[in-house]
Design a protein around this ligand. Structure first.
Ligand code: PMP
Length: 316
């Protein structure tokens, strides 16, 4: 789908996957006008194809587009385009339990612009790829390092939207962490350098007794759709949930730590290293609460348990 600045997207068309042509002065290439989304389609035992809350991705893209001076498809256009793309690629969806089809919507300033300004034209496209289950043999803990020098976002910046530049900003800290054997980086806020933000592509949660706490959404962390869903699932299972500022010191005292995101769903954290000190969680790093919430959400997404929250969109 294409449209000019100030206009609305009109109906798009299916195209075979391949390279796309862009002007060297396209807005996305020069001024980072790019936003993306990520969601999954699962195949159910009865052959139906399931999407998980696709309208939430549409709303997040629209919020990001507003921040990035870009036009965006309507929620209906977005969801319809996702459905059409998934159905056209049905054969690539793994069998039940074997993985999912990862769906990547991408909105970009595709028009040419030389001086700093929003691009004159925009393209919205969706591509897909089959992916295996993130955890193949049960949940495995990840090991994080708290980054104290580099930040992924600042107040008033673009950290709260899914724009491509946020990911460029984390590559250096993430590569350094991986080179030292950590799974990923846990970022702190850039003002006090004390409050937890998120991991490179996941939101973070702490468990203490019956209370599940996660950093509040204040514009510097991505409002994860898995985060929002886990908070509701946790409430429905009798946990108390808190969204507030979470100091890095609280990590020392937590019973469990876990991360959430579309790719991992729920990922238990086995250890966190902060200023050279390593804190470990539980005997094997896979917390009871993380395990329980992972099972609840994945069975819902795969159509195994009843969709009481009305989160699933079924495709025939
Ligand atoms: N934070 C960041 C920076 C991310 O890239 C993602 C992945 N989209 C998340 C959190 C988790 O969001 P979601 O649950 O919507 O996948």
């Amino acid at each position: 789908m294409k449209c000019s600045q100030g206009e609305n997207f009109t109906k798009g068309e299916l195209q075979r996957f391949g390279n796309i042509e862009l002007s060297p002065s396209a807005g996305i290439l020069n001024y980072g006008q790019g936003l993306f989304e990520g969601l999954k389609a699962y195949r159910k035992h009865d052959g139906k194809i399931l999407l998980f809350r696709p309208e939430e991705n549409a709303l997040r893209l629209r919020m990001g587009a507003e921040r990035m001076c870009m036009p965006s498809p309507t929620v209906e256009q977005f969801v319809e385009a996702v459905k059409v793309t998934v159905l056209a690629n049905k054969r690539w969806i793994p069998p039940p339990g074997k993985g999912s089809l990862y769906i990547r919507p991408l909105l970009m300033g595709s028009g040419a612009v030389l001086g700093l300004a929003p691009a004159p034209e925009y393209t919205f496209l969706i591509y897909v790829s089959p992916v295996g289950n993130y955890f193949k043999e049960g949940l495995a803990p990840i090991n994080l390092i708290v980054e104290t020098d580099m930040h992924r976002a600042t107040p008033g910046g673009t950290g709260g939207v899914k724009t491509i530049g946020n990911y460029a900003a984390v590559l250096k800290a993430q590569s350094a962490a991986k080179a030292k054997g950590y799974s990923d980086v846990l970022y702190l806020d850039s003002v006090h350098k004390r409050y937890l933000e998120e991991v490179s592509s996941c939101n973070v949660f702490l468990v203490k007794g019956n209370v599940i706490t996660t950093p509040a959404i204040k514009g510097t962390i991505l409002p994860g759709i898995t985060r929002k869903s886990i908070l509701d699932v946790a409430l429905s299972q009798g946990f108390q949930v808190e969204e507030r500022s979470v100091s890095v010191d609280e990590l020392l005292d937590a019973d469990e730590v876990f991360c959430t995101g579309t790719a991992v769903v729920v990922s238990p954290v086995g250890s966190i290293t902060y200023q050279g000190k390593r804190v470990t969680y539980g005997a094997d790093g896979v917390g009871r609460v993380a395990q329980q919430l992972y099972s609840a959400l994945t069975s819902l997404q795969m159509g195994i348990s009843e969709d009481k929250m009305d989160w699933i969109v079924e495709l025939k």
